[in-house]
Design a protein around this ligand. Structure first.
Ligand code: P6P
Length: 358
């Protein structure tokens, strides 16, 4: 092959797959055994299969309800169950996990003693936003990975009740106009878009950094009359008020699918709010399966996440399905939201916007 031809082959962006990125990241960790890489690859494979099922759900009448309800009291679609079972099976057989917890299952799930076990614990929401499946809105899988404090043979539910500060890796997969796998293992946030023609996740979003200041706010304003905190109502009014100094009013965008709302805000800048209300004083979203993994990713990308009072990653769950109020996204806006919740003054130019905010 002539030099010219060779050099033209060398040109252009190198193609990085999820697998090669995981392996290369592992090389940066002295003494890494490859266990974490194997686990992450198992989740990647499961997400390709879920993506295939989500894409053809309408064709095989897999849509529709089983008539069951999950521990959250939410109606469960067959794809929820399918995704839960697939992820639980793939992770229990990858040889790196000793226990799991799922938004779709009431109890801690220790890996059977018949199977090889490892030191990792995984908490996951197998198909978040599943109520949107029938209307073809984007949905997603969320996962967080912790290390068991006990030996693999002895791990119990108490091992999984760890704060987000102990997370060693987290990610989500969004099944939207394309399927994108986004993860962090503590060295930045990276996104991989599935090319269905070759069945590979290809690096498409290298080192995602979320804008410090939002342009979008996301919340279900239909609930705002019953939010527990007047400060949150005032905060949302502030986000909608005219203030050129801080680029307001922000645009309202709300899909009602956490992964879809979070992903858009992560890339473009935005703040997502789900406060506690009179129906769910402690909030609707789950700490272990949703809020902590997304908070880890958001902070790794330069954003912030809290309950409005407490940094999300500092919270140790009291029980498996511990719910929390959530404000997450662009750091400066999350900090403003905390000031409104805590009745603290805003800095400088933002304060000027408050005149007239009732
Ligand atoms: P609401 C979906 O059911 C979900 O758990 C999240 O994906 C989403 O952000 C939230 O609930 C939507 O809740 O009360 O606005 O329908």
């Amino acid at each position: 092959m002539s030099d010219k031809t060779l050099s033209s082959l060398e040109g252009g962006e190198r193609i990085t797959t999820l697998e090669s990125h995981i392996i290369e990241s592992q090389r940066e960790i002295p003494g890494a055994s490859g266990a974490f890489s194997t686990l992450l690859s198992s989740i990647g494979l499961a997400s390709k299969i879920i993506s295939r099922e989500v894409r053809r759900a309408g064709l095989f009448d897999i849509l529709g309800l089983t008539g069951d309800t999950n521990v959250q009291g939410e109606r469960v679609t067959k794809l929820d169950i399918y995704s839960h079972n697939l992820l639980a099976r793939m992770m229990s057989r990858c040889g790196q996990v000793c226990g799991m917890a799922s938004e779709e299952h009431p109890d801690f799930m220790p890996v059977s003693s018949d199977l090889p076990r490892g030191r990792y614990l995984v908490c996951f929401d197998p198909l978040d936003g599943s109520s949107n499946i029938d209307v073809n809105a984007a949905i997603g899988t969320i996962f967080g990975i912790w290390r068991s404090k006990s030996s693999p043979e002895d791990c119990t539910e108490k091992d999984v009740l760890q704060s987000g500060n102990e997370i060693v890796g987290a990610g989500y997969i969004i099944y939207g106009s394309s399927t994108i796998f986004v993860y962090s293992s503590g060295r930045g946030v990276h996104g991989f878009t599935l090319d269905p023609s070759i069945g590979e996740f290809l690096l498409s979003h290298r080192d995602i950094r979320t804008p410090k200041r939002a342009k979008i706010y996301s919340c279900n304003e239909g609930n705002s009359y019953r939010w527990n905190d007047e400060g949150m109502r005032r905060f949302v009014s502030y986000l909608k008020s005219e203030n050129n100094a801080t680029g307001k009013p922000y645009s309202g965008r709300y899909i009602g699918s956490l992964v879809a709302d979070f992903h858009r805000n992560l890339l473009d800048g935005g703040v997502f709010i789900y406060p506690g209300d009179k129906k769910k004083p402690g909030g609707k979203l789950r700490l272990l399966f949703e809020a902590a993994p997304l908070a880890y990713i958001c902070e790794q990308a330069g954003g912030a996440a809290s309950t409005g009072w407490e940094r999300m990653l500092d919270i140790t769950p009291k029980k498996l399905h511990h719910r929390v109020p959530l404000i997450i996204g662009s750091r400066l806006d999350v900090e403003d939201g905390e000031r409104f919740m805590q009745g603290q003054p805003l800095p400088g130019e933002a304060a000027a916007a408050l005149t007239g905010i009732k």
